[in-house]
Structures are given as C-alpha cells and as structure tokens.
Design a protein around this ligand. Structure first.
Ligand SMILES: NC(=O)c1ccc[n+]([C@@H]2O[C@H](COP(=O)([O-])OP(=O)(O)OC[C@H]3O[C@@H](n4cnc5c(N)ncnc54)[C@H](OP(=O)(O)O)[C@@H]3O)[C@@H](O)[C@H]2O)c1
Length: 424
C-alpha cells in the first residue's frame, strides 16, 4: 500500500539501465509490497516488463511490480509519472542530456526526487532553474545520491556533527581521502563524463562551474577562501601518506560546500574541504601518486579535445547500457576516510570518520545509497531545516541516511582521530 495519496511511493525511472536495474533489484529484495509501493519506470514497455518479471521471479514477496512508461523527450509523460508518485528516483543519464525535464516535472507536481548525477555543470543548471520553485513548493530535489557524493557529503556531516557535540565547534577544514576503491565502470557513467567535457567545450556557464570551487553555492555567495581541488601528487601531513588528485573532487567538493551554504554556514564561511586519492607510504606511495595524477592529467587532456573525446567514446568506452554484471558489482569494495580539524575551547582537535562497504562503489553500493536515499524521502526520515529546494544528501536528508546505510551493511563510524596513526 502506498504511504500517501499517490499511486506509488517510489518510481525507479531508468530501471532498464545498469544502475537503475541494480537499484530496482536492491529495493525489491529489501522491501515488500506491504512496506514499499514500488514501481519501475523507463521508456520501453517491453524492456521494463522484462525487468519487472525477472525481479518478481526472484523475490517471492512480489507477485508483480508495476511499471510506468515515460520518455525524457516527452514532458507530458514525465508529468504523468510525477503526478502519481511520492518520490521519483532516477538513473536516466547522462543527466545533462536527459535530466532536466524530470526535475521540472517533479517541481511542477511537488514530487520529491533523487538521482545519481555527478555532472556538476548540470547540477548548477538545476540550482539556477529550479531551486526557488522547489523551495516555494516544499519539494526536495536531492542530486548526487550515489558514490558521487554520499561518502564525501555524509562523511563531512559525520565529522561536523561529532565536532559540534563533543567540542561545541565546527571543523574548519575537512579532508576526504579515497583510501580504497575496487569496482567497475559502466558505459552510462562514461557517457556522462563525455557530456561534462562536451558542455565545457561549448558552454561558458559550464566552464565557469568547473573553474569556480563555489559554483554550486547560492547566487551571490559564489566565492570564498577555499582554493579548490589538489592538482599534483602531495605527501599528506596529517596521515603521512601520498595523495593524488581525486577524479570525483570536481563534484564532491562543490556538493559539500553547497551543503554548508544551504544549512546556513554551520561550518563557517571560511570552511575548506578537499578530496584526494591515497596511494600509500614511502617510495611506492610516491610513485603511485605520480601515476594516478599523470593518468588523470592525460585522460583530462584527451577528453578536452573534441576528436579524441569522440574517438575514445567510439572505440574505447563501453556503450550506454553496458557495464559490470550484478555479480561483479557485489564483489567490489570502497573505503573513504574523512578527517576534520577545528579548534575548541581546549585547543585544536581532529575528528575522523570512516565510510565504506563491501560492494563495488559505483554500482552495488551506489544502488543501496540511492535506494535508501529514496526510502528516506518516501518515509520523510529527514533531518534537515530545509523543506524544499535543490539539495544535497547532507542538507536534504542528513543523518537518517547514515542510520539506514549502517543497517544494511555500510561502515559509518566517527571518533576522535587516534594518535600514533600519523594523525596530527
Ligand atoms: N554517482 C554515482 O556514483 C553513479 C554510479 C553509477 C551511475 N551513475 C550515473 O547514472 C547514470 C546512469 O548510468 P547507467 O550506467 O545506469 O547508464 P545506462 O545503463 O546507459 O542507463 C541509462 C538509462 O536511461 C534510459 N534512457 C535513455 N534515454 C532515455 C530517454 N530518452 N527517456 C527515458 N529513459 C531514457 C535508458 O533506457 P533504455 O534501457 O531504454 O535505453 C536506461 O534505462 C549516468 O549518468 C551515470 O553517470 C552515477
């Protein structure tokens, strides 16, 4: 039974794609028709019916799973989905190409929304076009509820909540370390990266969004002291490990800064955050950091040149719809560590959070992060002063998401940073 007047609690739109199928499979396994009125959405009736039949076969609790058809090129069909639904959870990407009409439909129909986007240029477009209307309507539009950007945003929320409770002061700086990542990548994700580079080559606003560390902050607040992402290999003074630039810093750091701004700057106007990949200690760590930084630099350079970008997409990348198998996504792993430093009444302190799981970060774990974000919205398990707007995981859902993810097997711990482990 739906928990509101809507026909469906939750529609997974994009359920025929790699991430959507995994999210739908997770929700069908974790919930029953009595606990969640779930429907699957997509553009092809046949493909949807086949996914729905497969999931019903695999889960005794579901005799059948309803399906709804809607195409990103047909706004009427999206309004019809949004109208009947409490929460739309969408994996239809690249979002720069297909995402806007569904956000618009959800804002018009006051339907809460969450997605998996890492396309920072498109998040900026969504902020500029829909934030005010979503605030007025009390509609929660929560972007980036997957590996981009839940570990960074929720890790920051964990260290800041701990600092506030224990030291009555915020962490002035937060450093997010991607310590371990094991998992595959899909054609859909690579197509979304292509879309970001494409936008940067043609659209001045996209270029500004990628250049300005504060580009996702509210209008009038788009500058500050934070210099933005690390560009070179560097030995980290806090942990004595080598670090390299993180490919996800571009979106994750901006999302964390947006969380601070939307929450009213509880972490201070001078708050700084950075995300890096750790590569270990000593010579091996230094060489690893050089390799990661060099590889990322080469990839970025190649993707910035139109013909090379097209060639990579055509000959090297998997097609959209292709990606790791369900079994492969269950085998990965990730650990993201967040260190926050601040100054309390008794002097400086350092707080450490660990967030991770034994599933591939971009798919097995992302399906659970997105699915549980959507369930938080359905059940209004939200700890936020904001009733609506274009939001982030930390500002739009907050700590209830941590609780749900812990319950389904994620590690999410926070404590004072231990001395003797290289921490200051
Ligand atoms: N944040 C993260 O950590 C994370 C992780 C994974 C993925 N992602 C993002 O999630 C998105 C999806 O990735 P994916 O690998 O699942 O991609 P995918 O396999 O290509 O799936 C895309 C989905 O969009 C649907 N679609 C395409 N055009 C449409 C249209 N005009 N109208 C309605 N539906 C349409 C496809 O339907 P058909 O099946 O009918 O073609 C499919 O269901 C990408 O943007 C990716 O970057 C993010």
């Amino acid at each position: 039974m739906p928990t509101s007047d809507h026909q469906h609690d939750l529609v997974v739109w994009g359920a025929t794609g790699v991430a959507g199928r995994l999210t739908a499979a997770y929700l069908a396994e974790q919930y029953t028709p009595a606990t969640l009125s779930l429907a699957l959405g997509g553009r092809s009736r046949d493909r949807l019916d086949s996914v729905a039949a497969d999931l019903a076969d695999r889960n005794d609790a579901w005799e059948e799973i309803p399906t709804v058809v809607g195409d990103a090129t047909d706004p009427e069909s999206l309004r019809a989905i949004a109208e009947r639904t409490s929460v739309v959870c969408t994996t239809v990407g690249p979002y720069t190409r297909y995402g806007t009409p569904m956000v618009e439909a959800c804002v018009e129909e006051d339907t809460d929304y969450c997605d998996l986007t890492g396309e920072v240029n498109w998040v900026r477009e969504s902020v500029d076009r829909f934030h005010d209307a979503a605030v007025d309507g009390g509609t929660r539009i929560v972007h980036s509820c997957g590996f981009d950007s839940v570990p960074a945003d929720i890790g920051t929320l964990l260290v800041q909540s701990y600092a506030s409770d224990e030291y009555d002061a915020p962490c002035e700086t937060v450093r997010i370390y991607v310590d371990e990542v094991r998992g595959g990548v899909s054609g859909g994700t690579l197509a979304s990266m292509v879309e970001v580079f494409e936008a940067a080559s043609t659209d001045p606003l996209a270029r500004e969004t990628l250049r300005n560390p504060y580009s996702l902050a509210p209008p009038g607040e788009r500058d500050g002291v934070d210099p933005g992402a690390q560009r070179w290999p560097r030995k980290d003074r806090l942990r004595s490990v080598w670090t390299a630039p993180s490919p996800m810093a571009m979106v994750n750091e901006r999302v964390v800064r947006r969380s601070n701004a939307l929450l009213g700057y509880p972490w201070g106007r001078e708050f700084r955050c950075s995300e890096v990949v750790t590569t270990g200690r000593g010579l091996k760590g230094a060489a690893g950091a050089g390799l990661v930084a060099g590889g990322l630099g080469l990839f970025t350079a190649a993707m910035s040149v139109g013909p090379l970008r097209s060639a990579l997409q055509r000959y090297a990348f998997p097609e959209p719809g292709e990606g790791p198998t369900e079994a492969e996504t269950e085998q990965g792993q990730f650990t993201v560590r967040t260190l926050g430093r601040g100054t309390g009444a008794d002097g400086p302190f350092t707080v450490e959070a660990e967030f991770g799981a034994d599933w591939g970060p971009g798919y097995g774990a992302t399906a659970r992060m997105l699915g549980e974000s959507a369930v938080c919205l359905v059940r209004e398990e939200v700890d936020s002063p904001l009733d609506g707007g274009v939001l982030t995981p930390a500002s739009g859902i907050g700590m209830p998401l941590v609780g749900r993810l812990r319950d389904v097997g994620f590690t999410a711990t926070v404590s004072e940073a231990t001395s003797g482990d290289g921490h200051a």
